[in-house]
Design a binder for this molecule. Structure first.
Ligand SMILES: Nc1ncnc2c1ncn2[C@@H]1O[C@H](COP(=O)(O)OP(=O)(O)OP(=O)(O)O)[C@@H](O)[C@H]1O
Length: 604
């Protein structure tokens, strides 16, 4: 990956992301945001007012001391009361602002997490299989905390700038040169900060793939899903070593920059102090000469000190704000990724029932970043009401074929027609609604038994009758009866009171998902491999009865199952080598008969 070098201009340019960012924040809590801005405006004026009242108090005290109480004292106490009230107000405002920053940050973090999930949900399957995409997703996710900080940083920046405006106005009245002295004193610190932030950002970008690997190692090193295999293969040491090497390199790289940054930072702070004490000395001298009153001395010295520290904060904060704004580009980049599989402007109404079926016309497909054809020269029709079985050795292209059918991918060449029209002309959601697929690597949701089944048609999650019926049809019902919590039993080991199921039991639960929807085409991509032979036979027999009149595609390595299909498609190296009924294919001899004989021998 190339590392971008950032210039001051890049930083300024990145600030353009801020309005879009604030629009997003505003959307997550408009009332809170408006209140936050209002309070900060009030808070911005307080430091100046405090200094001003302080000056008036001191001058009055000096007057009183010199004139031996000939001036009225009541005014002095009014000033003290005002200062006290202001101090209280300032404290209250700080707390309210911190509270609102925190709450707004939380709301915004939740809001963006939802948006990231929503966007990821619309993207194509092959985008998830691409490493660059993962880097973007990772960067978008990772910066959640950073964005929350950015929010309060930008608001504080505006608040401090207003305070600076007040204080600087006071200083300018006295001596504008002091302001210039101030800026000269802190500029090197700002440039230094900016330089080191660039370095840190570049490093962090370079390290994204490694950070993903570290997260992955951390996950496989300690997780319920991996513990079994890691223990049995004694992989713990291997994983820890890999983790150590990577994290040490991480540490060394970060340390180098951190140490340099700290050394330069000390030097620049020294310059700042020199500037401050120069100005301080000048103000003292003027007071001694009687040009300034003692009150003015405290006011100006206080203003100068506060200005210095405020400007320093503003300038260093500028680098981290622009830094955050640059990270925002990564965040927006993620949202710029568009799915390639999407709806046409005017989709055709989905045929119900399907009249002619699905026709593959010379369909070929290559996975992204792969030179090999996973499927090629596919020509066949899946007719209405037909049950088709796909047979072939591992990697023959069976799963790829069904993924093309469900439009998880679009063909790289050729086309798939549904009732004479390209699949791409139909509404994607309609298509998916009419197809029910259970994959071999179906998800084992760490949720309740009932939710695991309802996942097949989440709109019906409250339809208990449908859930019970689906469980009954897939033979998962007997399982629910054995579970202590019945249908409400939490499954999996991740959460409290969860019960882990066996591989075959999980498969029965997954198959129930297929019965949850009234799909016209049901695809079972080998979700029965862990069932014992008898269970698989029964499951498929029921399946055939229950889906009579519907289209189905079955993938199984067991011929007892495969032979139940109306026709069988035999795949080899992505291409169709034979197609026909069980009897026809056996009679013909060739690949199917060969595989069949092999399996028969195995059972003897
Ligand atoms: N996501 C992917 N990215 C790149 N290549 C893939 C991907 N999935 C599968 N392949 C490749 O495509 C080819 C066909 O795979 P496919 O999963 O369709 O085979 P299959 O017949 O279903 O195999 P099995 O019986 O093992 O499930 C294989 O060579 C595989 O390596």
């Amino acid at each position: 990956m190339t590392t971008p070098t950032l210039t001051f201009k890049d930083r300024l340019r990145a600030l353009r992301n801020l309005p879009v960012f604030f629009k997003l924040v505003w959307a997550s809590g408009p009332a809170m945001m408006a209140a936050n801005i209002g309070l900060r405006f009030i808070k911005a004026a307080i430091p100046f007012l405090l200094l001003l009242i302080g000056k008036l108090i001191i001058d009055r005290v000096v007057d009183l001391a010199q004139t031996h109480h000939t001036v009225a004292e009541a005014y002095l106490w009014k000033l003290v009361a005002a200062e006290f009230a202001l101090a209280l107000l300032s404290d209250g405002l700080s707390r309210a602002i911190t509270l609102m920053d925190g709450l707004l940050g939380d709301r915004f973090a939740n809001h963006t997490s939802v948006r990231i999930m929503e966007h990821a949900g619309n993207l194509d399957l092959d985008q998830f299989e691409d490493a660059t995409f993962y880097d973007k997703l990772e960067r978008a996710r990772q910066q959640t905390a950073g964005r929350t900080i950015l929010l309060s940083q930008v608001m504080s920046q505006v608040q401090d700038l207003i305070t600076v405006g007040f204080l600087a106005a006071g200083l300018i009245v006295f001596n504008p040169w002091l302001i210039i002295l101030l800026i000269v004193a802190i500029l090197p610190a700002f440039l230094g900060e900016s330089y080191f932030n660039d370095q840190t950002y570049a490093l962090s970008r370079r390290q994204t793939p490694q950070r993903r690997e570290l997260d992955y190692l951390r996950y496989i090193g300690a997780s319920d899903e991996t513990a079994k295999e890691i223990k049995m293969f004694s992989l713990s040491g291997f994983i820890i070593d890999r983790f150590k090497i990577l994290s040490d390199k991480f540490y060394t790289d970060s340390k180098r920059i951190a140490v340099k940054r700290s050394l330069w930072g000390t030097f620049f702070a020294l310059l700042g102090s020199l500037g401050y004490y120069g100005a301080y000395g000048f103000i003292i001298q003027q007071t001694v000469r009687g040009v300034l009153t003692i009150g003015e001395l405290t006011f100006l010295a206080g203003s100068f000190r506060q200005l210095r520290s405020l400007l320093e904060t503003i300038l260093t904060r500028f680098t981290s704000v622009s830094q955050g704004a640059i990270y925002l580009s990564d965040f927006f980049d993620f949202f710029e990724i568009r799915p390639r599989i999407h709806n046409t402007a005017k989709p055709l109404p989905f045929p119900d029932p399907i009249q002619q079926g699905f026709t593959f016309e010379n369909v070929g497909f290559k996975y992204l970043n792969s030179e090999r054809w996973a499927n090629r020269h596919l020509n066949f029709t899946l007719r209405p009401t037909e049950k088709l079985a796909l047979v072939g050795e591992n990697g023959a292209g069976k799963s790829t074929l069904v993924k093309l059918l469900a439009r998880l991918y679009d063909p790289s060449e050729g086309r798939i027609l549904l009732d004479g029209h390209d699949l791409r002309e139909y509404d994607l959601n309609e298509l998916r609604k009419h197809i029910g697929v259970i994959f071999q690597d179906f998800l084992r949701y760490q949720m309740t038994f009932s939710q695991n089944i309802a996942a097949g048609n989440i709109d019906e999650q409250s339809n208990s009758d449908l859930i019970y019926r689906s469980a009954n049809q897939s033979m998962a019902e007997e399982l629910a009866q054995k579970l202590p919590g019945g249908y409400e039993q939490m499954l999996g080991k991740r959460f409290a009171d969860g019960v882990e199921l066996s591989g075959g039991e999980w498969q029965k639960v997954a198959i129930a998902r297929a019965y949850m929807r009234d799909a016209q085409l049901i695809i079972l991509d080998e979700p029965t491999s862990a069932l014992d032979a008898r269970a698989e036979y029964t499951v498929f027999q029921r399946f055939t009865e229950l889906t009579r009149g519907k289209m189905a595609v079955l993938i199984s390595h067991r011929f007892s199952t495969v032979r139940m299909a109306d026709r069988i498609v035999v795949l080899d190296k992505g291409e169709i080598v034979q197609i026909g009924t069980h009897e026809e294919l056996l009679a013909k001899g060739g690949r199917y008969a060969e595989l069949f004989e092999l399996q028969k021998m195995g059972y003897q």
